[in-house]
Ligand binder design. Structure first.
Ligand code: SF4
Length: 164
């Protein structure tokens, strides 16, 4: 598995000041994707335990409110194992900080039963649809995408939105 980029301070991808990591590789190829350099599964850099430790160290600052995992596609079969490992390690070390993940896969159709859901606070799901693009939307690019409170959704066995 590979990743594209780590941002030490990100104020655009989730609430507050955050650390973010963009995983490498996406097979969805959405029209007008904002991040085409992450499509190639062979691009970027190798994702290792050192990468996980680097991200965890960067999160160890009071002003960092959480971690955001984007892509590329962090939950593609090639990437989900590494993403799950990072997500688990992050929530174990920082239970008070939140984890946001962006994925083209859908919570209810594609991700049910996946271990990674246990560690995600907010999932922004669904592929980017250019014809539904709306720049007034918060945290998502097109109106089909959903900002889901994962822990409440799992508990209540229905989709609960974190943001309408
Ligand atoms: S899922 Fe995301 S990274 Fe993949 S093609 Fe669509 S917008 Fe781009």
């Amino acid at each position: 598995m590979r990743y594209n980029l780590i941002r030490k301070m990100d104020i655009a991808d989730g609430p507050g000041v955050r650390v973010s990591i963009f995983m490498q590789g996406c097979a969805f190829h959405c029209k007008n994707c904002f991040n085409t350099e992450t499509w190639d599964f062979n691009g970027g850099k190798e994702f290792t335990n050192d990468t996980i430790n680097e991200v965890l160290d960067l999160c160890n600052q009071g002003h960092i409110k959480g971690l955001s995992i984007l892509g590329g596609e962090p939950l593609h079969p090639n990437n989900i194992e590494g993403t799950t490992k990072l997500a688990k390690a992050f929530k174990e070390k920082y239970p008070e900080k939140n984890l946001w993940v962006w994925s083209g896969f859908k919570f209810d159709e594609d991700l049910q039963g996946k271990e990674v859901l246990n560690y995600i606070d907010v999932l922004v799901d669904g592929q980017y649809k250019d014809e539904l693009h709306d720049f007034t939307l918060k945290w998502r690019g097109s109106s089909n995408q959903r900002v889901i409170d994962v822990q409440k959704s799992l508990k209540e066995n229905k989709i609960v939105y974190a943001v309408d």
